[in-house]
Design a protein around this ligand. Structure first.
Ligand SMILES: Cc1ncc(COP(=O)(O)O)c(C=O)c1O
Length: 399
């Protein structure tokens, strides 16, 4: 890969494989394990990750857009691809033409599928149990049952719901527990179909793992049935729960760059557009070739931190489209700047000195969330796949 600017996202496939193993070990009986690879696999590169996940034995993958599914199919992904966003008539045609599985959220969508299906089509049916975004209401369950039972065109394979506050899932009186109870009742209506139901995102999954470890309390809604799993954030190495002792996840992405140039500032000189940072004393500034056009949030101007030469160093001045500046005065003290020219700058992730800078920390500073920090990493940032697993897959489309 030509890389004239050494700014890239390093994606460790061994770590991804590890996180998948954590899941497979914790849920040997799950009827459905569907890693979410929507939004460019949370910024990690959807085609490469989907192909890799397939090699790990993953049989289902979740995308939001039909377009995302089409890209995976045209790249050779054979696994079942679930399209979560809904669709119009034209979309129904595309989904079926490319052998994807629609997640149906409206009556119209059922009609579109019946109209365009040339052979029986498998669907998952989504219920809204509290998110108030997409899906049928509980009181439509019986009518849906009547429409789908022995339907010649449509085969119901699974029921879907989504937790809107999965972080409270261990609380038997929390909103997630309420949603799961409601969803369980809905699933009872469809019992003759002998299908499964999927509900758990990372927070739900990790909560269940935590409860299992603690000795599960009988009747907790997380254990009402063997819920199918749709992990997103956790396969990329992050745990959205505040109590995170239980799962040993490994971070998959490290966002890296190097120093473009060092600038020597006199006390009182300012940095970047608007001159929002003024050197309090003689300072050394590292100019780093990554900016908001690469997904480094401008709101982190004068707030962000990075790792450089084994130190945490602050982002100073406004983040530009293509650059940001770091005050490295303390980090480079007594060192030859020429020798530091090749030293990596870590925007988040692990450095070579054993330090870790979490995107969660940056998210907090940016008043954002880890999901947004990962998915923001821009299109023009190359993804470089590393790890033993990457080497064994070089011939298989993972480059
Ligand atoms: C329908 C659906 N399922 C599962 C997930 C995965 O969520 P998480 O990344 O919190 O695991 C998402 C993410 O937004 C989603 O929209």
């Amino acid at each position: 890969m030509d890389m004239f600017r050494r700014t890239f996202a390093e994606i460790n496939l061994d770590h991804l494989a590890h996180n998948i193993q954590v899941l497979q070990k914790a849920f040997p009986k799950t009827p459905f394990l569907c890693p979410m690879v929507k939004a460019n696999a949370y910024g990690h590169g959807d085609v490469q990750l989907a192909l890799f996940l397939e090699r790990l034995g993953i049989q289902h993958l979740g995308v939001c857009l039909i377009e995302e599914g089409l890209l995976l199919r045209s790249s050779g992904v054979k696994a079942e691809i679930l399209v979560f966003r809904g669709f119009d008539r034209e979309g129904a045609e595309k989904i079926l033409e490319h052998g994807m599985t629609p997640v149906v959220t409206t009556w119209d969508q059922l009609s579109y599928l019946e109209e365009v299906a040339k052979s029986p089509v498998s669907i998952h049916l989504k219920f809204d149990t509290g998110m108030n975004r997409l899906g049928f209401h509980a009181d439509e369950a019986q009518k849906l049952y009547d429409r789908l039972w022995q339907n010649k065109k449509i085969r119901l394979k699974a029921l879907v719901t989504h937790l809107f506050n999965g972080e409270d899932a261990v609380d038997a009186n929390g909103t997630s527990a309420e949603q799961l109870k409601k969803f369980h009742q809905i699933s009872q209506v469809f019992k003759p179909f002998n299908i499964f139901s999927h509900a758990l995102n990372s927070a739900g999954i990790l909560s269940r793992m935590q409860m299992e470890q603690d000795g599960k309390p009988a009747q907790h809604p997380l254990f009402l049935q063997e819920w199918g799993l749709r992990p997103g954030l956790m396969i990329y190495g992050y745990n959205p729960l505040t109590n995170r002792s239980q799962a040993q996840l490994k971070h998959v992405m490290t966002l890296k760059s190097t120093v473009n140039t060092f600038r020597h500032l006199k006390a009182g000189e300012t940095v970047s557009y608007g001159g929002t940072w003024k050197a309090p004393k003689e300072s050394i500034i590292a100019v780093v070739p990554i900016g908001y056009a690469d997904g480094y949030h401008r709101v982190l101007s004068n707030l962000g931190v990075a790792l450089f030469a084994g130190h945490r160093v602050p982002v100073v001045g406004n983040v530009c489209m293509d650059y940001l500046m770091l005050d490295v005065t303390a980090a480079v003290q007594g060192r030859d700047l020429k020798a530091l020219q090749d030293e990596e700058v870590i925007l988040f992730g692990h450095d070579a000195h054993g330090n870790f800078l979490s995107p969660e920390e940056l998210a907090q500073k940016a008043k954002s969330i880890t999901w947004e920090m990962l998915t923001s990493v821009g299109e023009r940032v190359p993804r470089v796949y590393v790890g033993q697993e990457a080497e064994t897959l070089q011939g298989g489309g993972v480059k």
